[in-house]
Design a protein around this ligand. Structure first.
Ligand SMILES: Cc1cc2nc3c(=O)[nH]c(=O)nc-3n(C[C@H](O)[C@H](O)[C@H](O)COP(=O)(O)OP(=O)(O)OC[C@H]3O[C@@H](n4cnc5c(N)ncnc54)[C@H](O)[C@@H]3O)c2cc1C
Length: 323
């Protein structure tokens, strides 16, 4: 039996789809081992997000709403998660593998002296307990592990757990009390850099177009990668080589030390396919690579490869897509 608390993720009231993978994980565990799951939404003005999660099959959608929770500041959110875990008697606390969860879940686990596993891709029952598979070393090792203790904190990879179908019955929404004086004050929200206007987030998008060192400067990146992405309604991404060269912002980096994406389609433009880059995108359903070197390692993981100069091929492709 498991009593699971799923931590919902949203961006100023917009539900992050990766949350549904965490719900998919919870539904699978509950179907296999019995028990129930609840979903916790934290923030301010979160009624809309809670409403969107009402048909996921949860026993309850919990909300913790307060002006001090307007931004996802780690120490405050971790306190809310830890308190809700205790109050609801959760035995598993689950979030999507994301920057948000990386900040909050280990912090909450530490407050409860509980164990934490990140990047889980598989779960199965083992008597009264569970065995997990998790990705390690940039995707080169899949470890099989058990987690001791009465409460387990986990993040799950979005590509490993499908979004569950909606259920007809609506979960009740229950508001948890938030006491402002009990919230830690160690960290204060200072601001947030806005992402490139009009383009989707690469961790949410169905299509991601990414550029690497084959592209020489920021103008060419915007014209070639941005142009193709806009023609497809896609998000943009970048290899670390371009981030290090100051051509693209850090927020675009895909890979081991960047974002983990798992879209339906990933188009790699002038990217060699270093293992640290592959760690961030190899769960993609269909990979297309464009590179002038026929021996580039990216072609080993690509479903479709085009050998050619990106400066010639990409504008042609973009033009064709526009007509
Ligand atoms: C600890 C650690 C963490 C790292 N984390 C990350 C990470 O998160 N993400 C990441 O991306 N990297 C990461 N790296 C760096 C990684 O090892 C590679 O150096 C990097 O991914 C290379 O980027 P690239 O493919 O753009 O450049 P390169 O490896 O230089 O490849 C450029 C490619 O472009 C092709 N090309 C050049 N000109 C053209 C043209 N005109 N037309 C077509 N093709 C062309 C070349 O044939 C080549 O294959 C990490 C490294 C370390 C050590």
């Amino acid at each position: 039996m498991a009593n699971i608390l799923v931590i919902a993720e949203h961006d100023r009231g917009q539900l992050k789809l990766a949350t549904l993978s965490a719900v998919g994980f919870a539904r699978q565990v509950v179907a296999d081992a019995g028990g129930t799951f609840e979903i916790l939404v934290i923030g301010e003005n979160i009624g809309g997000v809670a409403g969107q999660l009402c048909h996921c099959g949860a026993a309850t959608v919990l909300t913790a709403a307060h002006a001090l929770l307007q931004h996802p500041v780690g120490d405050k959110y971790a306190r809310i998660v830890a308190d809700a875990t205790k109050e609801r008697g959760a035995t598993m606390v689950v979030g999507a593998a994301s920057t948000f969860s990386k900040d909050i879940l280990p912090h909450a686990a530490a407050l409860l002296d509980a164990g934490m596993l990140s990047d889980v891709v598989e779960v199965r029952g083992d008597g009264d307990d569970f065995i997990f598979k998790r990705v390690m070393y940039a995707g080169n090792v899949i470890a099989t592990v058990k987690l001791e203790g009465p409460v387990k904190f986990l993040t799950v990879r979005a590509a490993a757990f499908a979004h569950p179908p909606k259920v007809a019955e609506s979960s009740p929404i229950v508001s948890l009390p938030v006491t402002a004086d009990k919230l830690p004050q160690f960290t204060e929200y200072g601001g947030q850099e806005a992402k490139v206007a009009g383009r989707p987030d690469s961790t949410e998008a169905r299509v991601v177009v990414s550029g690497g060192r084959g592209i020489k400067n920021a103008e060419d990146f915007e014209r070639l990668v941005g142009g193709l992405a806009d023609a497809l309604g896609a998000a943009v991404g970048s290899s670390r080589a371009l981030v290090d060269a100051g051509i693209t912002p850090n927020s675009l980096q895909v890979g081991q030390t960047g974002k983990i994406v798992a879209p339906d389609l990933y188009i790699a433009i002038g990217i060699s396919g270093a293992i640290q880059h592959l760690a961030g995108m190899k769960d993609t359903k269909v990979i297309v690579a464009i590179n002038k070197d026929p021996d580039a390692p990216i072609f080993e993981v690509a479903d479709y490869g085009l050998v050619g100069d990106v400066y010639q091929v990409v504008p042609e492709l973009t033009e064709k897509l526009k007509t």
